[in-house]
Write a protein that binds this ligand. Structure first.
Ligand code: FAD
Length: 570
């Protein structure tokens, strides 16, 4: 038998440091190793990733490719433009592959895909090797130690983790990588599921090379935003393992900050610099290992007098991440929705309300009955989505998110509470969809889990504690600096009114050069800012009363009455 011929399949682990899977790929001393990334249609076409997240991914890929190339000038990150399910059977044969190695992913789509690939590999006689590396502990092991149940609290996560044992120490990056082998892609016939050509309109009709598996120039280059059909990104935040490590070094060098970090004391209004680490997008793409982050902080904390502790500390934040991953791993595809999810409370969002003509309107997300044009809730949702609610704190956060792809955790709290149980009473899944498109760090488990927390449908149940879109922001940022930055219409408004411009006198508004009018949708007149969508105090009472009723009825997402709509008769 010859030496192993290994494909290392990079996915959400775009790094060389602390990669147990990469270490496993190198252990059998392969004759050749191909570091590849495949265009998974699930991510390229189906998920709602906006341009900012794409740019971040490209940053991570480019940086990784450079690092691979430094270890072996013949190698780099080879990007193959085809779905793994159709690509691998051909690669296994044409490249004479013996092993396929990748980092384990417990996301429900990834599990399904990876099982399909494992079946294909088995048929082809290719050995599959996987290792976990995305979380502090293996999420499946956490679930097993939690009695096979999802971790619905940080204490459950900590108890299960304790039973598994100490979080593994990070391992070093490899010092060299084997050469890649030959890479023929002139397979006998065109694959049945070849990717649609996203960017055909931008090129000449005769450009036959474009849609090939190996990219426009046939050199397996990393895709560009142009190739993906995007125009320029707007976020200032950039990705890549090199940058992640530099940022982590800076955070740890500020010993007081890292050792005494207390999340509830960090300001959601802080920007340039923000008050938390902003390491989440690196973690999402695997450009930073969570275990390296954990141990760098923990080693500091162990020798620092007066350090903070979980759940508020920095290591505590990583525990929350593991909690959501393990909850999602246990519940599976139903985790990101209400329907069929036994762990989520059913709330009949968008209870009918009255429109201007006095007609009862509303959206029922379960039955799918939709009154899109007339529904008050739909109108509120559309205003929330683009940051024209007429509540400057909410609008500033949404506009920051849209442009930069990241906002502080408590800013996310404000937006999510306002859209759901603390204002609009719109289904949390609709808000989660918007975040999925906009967040750089979008992680199915963390996004859905946190939306459930904020909407008090799972993880958290104190629905009577709402975030005021006025007072909460004022507590952090009395002068309204965040609002002035992101809602320039109000930049000259007196501090007294900047959170509540509708209360300002004509004179004060005139002095600031702004008029309060309209709903902000469509074309907006220059020098205007929208009227508030509703009286927040009134809405808060309505929402709390509705939540109370839903809690008393006590249905969950897997209840037959939820599935067949008879909950209405209760
Ligand atoms: P830090 O405070 O510096 O924390 C360090 C790390 O801990 C973060 O990078 C992150 O990986 C992890 N972490 C911290 N808080 C949480 C948390 N509550 N849940 C899970 N992990 C956490 N986080 C995501 O990574 N992806 C998401 O898609 C996501 N969606 C969210 C949606 C809503 C509605 C809310 C309220 C929160 C969401 N979060 C999500 C959690 C949290 O807001 C971000 O992880 C955090 O703000 C990232 O900034 P940071 O890196 O500066 O965090």
């Amino acid at each position: 038998m010859g030496k192993p011929r290994v494909i290392y399949w990079f996915r959400t682990d775009l790094r060389l440091h602390d990669s147990p899977a990469l270490k496993a790929a190198l252990e059998p001393d392969p004759a050749v190793l191909w570091p590849i990334f495949t265009w998974d249609p699930h991510y390229v076409y189906r998920t709602k990733g906006g341009v900012n997240r794409w740019q971040y991914l490209l940053d991570c890929q480019n940086d990784l490719s450079k690092s691979i190339n430094k270890l072996n000038p013949k190698s780099k990150l080879f990007v193959l433009r085809e779905a793994p399910q159709t690509l691998f059977p051909k690669l296994f044969k044409a490249w004479n592959v013996t092993h396929l190695v990748f980092e384990k992913d417990t996301d429900s789509y990834a599990r399904e895909r990876d099982q399909a690939i494992a079946d294909i590999a088995q048929k082809a006689g290719v050995e599959i090797v996987t290792r976990y590396g995305r979380t502090l502990w293996d999420s499946d092991e956490v679930v097993a130690k939690n009695g096979g149940k999802p971790t619905m609290s940080i204490t459950q996560l900590q108890t299960a983790g304790h039973k598994i044992g100490e979080i593994p120490r990070p391992i070093a990056a490899p010092e060299h990588l084997p050469d890649p082998g030959e890479m023929p892609v002139n397979f006998d016939q065109e694959p049945p599921n070849a990717q649609p050509d996203l960017n055909a309109a931008h090129r000449g009709k005769d450009d036959k090379t474009y849609n090939s598996i190996a990219g426009p120039k046939g050199d397996f280059a990393i895709e560009t935003l142009e190739e993906l059909g995007f125009v320029a990104a707007t976020t200032p935040h950039r990705g890549g393992e090199t940058l992640a490590q530099k940022k982590l070094d800076c955070i740890i060098a500020d010993e007081k900050y890292a050792a005494t970090f207390q999340k509830p004391k960090t300001s959601p209004a802080a920007f340039e610099p923000q008050s938390t680490t902003l390491l989440s997008p690196f973690l999402h793409f695997g450009a930073l290992s969570p275990r390296l982050f954990y141990w760098r902080v923990q080693d500091l904390v162990s020798r620092y007098k007066g350090a903070s502790s979980p759940p508020e500390s920095l290591t505590g934040q990583l525990l929350f991440r593991d909690m959501y991953f393990a909850a999602a791993a246990a519940i599976g595809p139903a985790f990101t929705q209400t329907l069929n999810n036994p762990y989520i409370r059913f709330i009949p969002w968008n209870l009918p309300s009255k429109d201007e003509s006095g007609t009862e309107v509303g959206i029922n997300a379960i039955s799918g009955e939709y009154h899109v044009d007339s529904a008050q809730a739909e109108h509120w949702f559309q205003r929330w989505k683009v940051g024209v609610t007429g509540f400057p704190w909410i609008d500033a956060l949404m506009r920051q998110l849209r442009e930069e792809g990241w906002i502080h955790h408590l800013g996310r709290h404000s937006l999510a509470c306002f859209l759901t149980r603390g204002g609009c009473y719109v289904h949390w899944e609709r808000g989660a969809d918007v975040f999925e498109e906009l967040l750089l760090d979008h992680e199915p488990a963390c996004n859905a889990g946190n939306w459930q927390w904020l909407s008090c449908t799972a993880f958290f149940s104190q629905y009577y504690r709402c975030y005021s879109p006025v007072v909460f922001g004022q507590k952090w940022d009395k002068s309204g600096a965040l609002i002035r930055r992101w809602v320039p219409e109000l930049k000259d408004l007196d501090e007294k009114f900047v959170y509540e411009p509708w209360k300002a006198s004509k004179g004060a508004l005139g002095k600031a050069g702004v008029k309060i009018e309209g709903d902000g949708l469509g074309e907006r007149k220059k020098g205007t800012y929208p009227e508030p969508m509703f009286d927040f105090g009134e809405r808060r009472e309505i929402c709390i009363a509705a939540m109370k009723k839903a809690y008393q009825v006590g249905l969950h997402g897997d209840d037959e009455r939820v599935k067949n709509g008879t909950w209405r008769e209760l």
